[in-house]
Design a protein around this ligand. Sequence first.
Ligand code: HEM
Length: 225
Amino acid sequence: MIFDWPARMRQMADFVGFSDEDLALVRASGPILLDRAEELTTAVYDHFLQFPATARFFLTPEGEIDQSRLDRRKHSLARWLRNSIDFQLDEQFPVFLLAMSVVHSNPSMERGYLGSVPARFMIGTMSFAQTAIAGVLSEDMDDPHLALRTSAAWNKLLMLQLDVLLAGYVTETPTPPTPLPVTEEEGALDGDADPQGMRRVLTNILDENHRNASANGSAQPHQGE
Ligand code: HEM
């Protein structure tokens, strides 16, 4: 399967209504957010540490907080924030996002014992980031209407990013075409349509998961899942 990622991002930008004006609002908010980047990134990691299911990615095998890993990650998150402020819909941005996605969905050898970061926490982190950014903008922008429009622009931008981040997780299991449904008069639509088809889709997904687990070297469910 071949993907034209910039085209996909453009399609999503149109779909969520991310306009040139939104882009200008995001860029203009750069100095305000970068001024508080340290506080924003610290808030994200403090949040991770509050929940065992996310904290475990930042613990040593002995269960201590791995401060150097945390510091490295804060640095990466600040880089992501800067890149988001400089966002442009070019060839590079989707590559940056996909690479970032794969780091989370396919743990490195060193981190293999932890398994993937569950996709739902990527979604949750985007939600956390949206709320935190909105908070900073409403505190630090004099014009509340402009702060609201800028928050909305950030919300759209982060959803565009989330689509590509999750694509690094999702296997788009192809569904083969099936015959057209027969009409009620023909006696088939009894609410129990095509159980075989449903079973086939589920089997495909389970097989794919199993293959991924074997490729990651663990057939065990992830800890904390
Ligand atoms: C919006 C969501 C997130 C963003 C934007 C983000 C951003 C990043 C970035 C930029 C990196 C560095 C990638 C690289 O090395 O090139 C990274 C690595 C990492 N992130 Fe996240 N992250 C997110 C969510 C999470 C969550 C929810 C967790 C776990 C609770 C997590 C855990 C990690 C870990 C463990 C690494 C290190 C991976 C490795 O070096 O093997 N991240 N993240």
